[in-house]
Write a protein that binds this ligand. Structure first.
Ligand code: CA
Length: 169
């Protein structure tokens, strides 16, 4: 479970688990128009999903690295997780040691086990660790994997998740 400082500065290993860092996200995505490609793989069926959003932009640290709203994406996540990003729009980033979500009754980052643009809390979290989930969790958090998705039958567990950003204008 990374700290605020970890998520701000980046951590991990480029050959395996790696987080580029919010400061880099902010500086890169404010140079122009960036697209965000999200790739995930379902742990149970090995199904691969991806989609691309334009206008991916992260605010400065003084604004909590807010995730600005972006249009619906183009890909095969449309029936599962893609539409769920809207919950994270206009949210500041939270880590377990910096609670910036919108609920005063819980610490979403601590519950989900990873930093993210939590509201109260989220349906998409590519950094979450289900083994850390202690309360308010969806059933699928009981499994060992990363929570991602909507609700009911749309829930999927991941064993692979990548965010790729690219300058498009
Ligand atoms: Ca909170």
């Amino acid at each position: 479970m990374g700290t605020w400082s970890d998520y701000r500065n980046g951590f991990g290993d480029l050959e395996s688990d790696h987080w580029l860092g919010l400061e880099a996200f902010h500086h890169l995505t404010n140079q122009g128009n960036y697209s965000l490609m999200t790739e995930v793989r379902d742990n149970l069926t090995s199904t691969y999903f991806s989609d691309i959003h334009v206008d991916f932009r992260v605010g400065p640290e003084k604004e909590g690295y807010i995730l600005y709203e972006f249009p619906l994406g183009d890909g095969n996540l449309t029936s599962s997780a893609e539409d769920q990003w809207y919950i994270n729009y206009d949210m500041m980033f939270s880590a377990y040691d910096k609670d910036q979500d919108t609920t005063s009754t819980s610490n979403c980052a601590a519950t989900f086990g990873g930093g993210w643009w939590y509201r109260a809390c989220t349906l998409v979290s590519l950094t979450g660790q289900t083994t850390h989930c202690t309360s308010g969790c969806y059933a699928y958090f009981k499994h060992n994997g990363v929570p991602f998705g909507g609700n009911g039958s749309d829930d999927i567990l991941l064993n692979f998740a990548v965010m790729k950003i690219k300058k498009i204008g």
